[in-house]
Design a protein around this ligand. Structure first.
Ligand code: GAR
Length: 191
């Protein structure tokens, strides 16, 4: 990934599908002078709750249904080019991007996943970690490759699972760490 030159921040799009707590956190991070990125676009596949942050912070937002993946991705690429976006952060985005799309943005899409990858790719990570009696879980920030949750790992945070943990309590605990480690991973990439 290129180093930052001067004071220009890298125009970034965040893709979401849910509550957008990571999005909100990234928006706040991006406002710091030290942040290498600015958040200029928010994309979702549904009317996600997190889209409210677009209005709150005055950031452009757009929904693409992904009913036809090809059409949606084609239109996303047009918008991204128009907005001069050069980096994409997936933050709870629940659609799988096509190989073609990833290739066009090679090395410039990152994702946060609520497990210690390569363990528990896909959904219901907390339920699976508890069911398997794991002592630890965590979160992983990684580059997006054409294989689900399999790209090069940028940063990983280990979190203890206690006997009292439920999938809900664990999700809460992990999310709190995600908010620390997503910005940290971005700093690691660009510095
Ligand atoms: C986060 O826990 C994120 O790691 C997860 O969805 C949640 C989104 O929360 N992502 C995935 O499971 C992707 N495979 P948020 O909408 O509050 O940021």
């Amino acid at each position: 990934m290129e180093k930052l030159t001067g004071l220009k921040k890298i125009k970034t799009a965040v893709f979401i599908s849910g509550t957008g707590s990571n999005l909100k956190n990234l928006i706040k991070f991006a406002k710091f002078k030290k942040s290498p990125i600015s958040i200029n676009l928010i994309i979702s596949n549904i009317k996600a709750k997190g889209l409210n942050y677009a209005d709150q912070f005055g950031i452009k937002k757009k929904i693409f249904s992904f009913k036809n993946i090809k059409t949606s991705e084609k239109n996303i690429l047009i918008l991204i080019k128009k907005e001069k976006i050069n980096f994409i952060c997936l933050a709870g985005f629940m659609k799988i991007l096509s190989k073609d799309f990833i290739k066009k943005f090679n090395g410039k899409i990152i994702n946060i996943h609520p497990s210690l990858l390569p363990k528990y790719k896909g959904l219901n990570t907390h339920e699976r970690a508890i069911k398997d009696k794991n002592k630890f879980t965590g979160c992983t920030v990684h580059y997006v490759s054409s294989k689900l949750d399999s790209g090069k790992i940028i940063l990983q945070r280990k979190i203890k699972i206690t006997s009292k943990d439920s999938p809900t309590s664990l999700a809460k605990k992990v999310l709190k760490q995600e908010h620390k480690f997503y910005p940290a991973a971005i700093m690691k990439i660009f510095n």
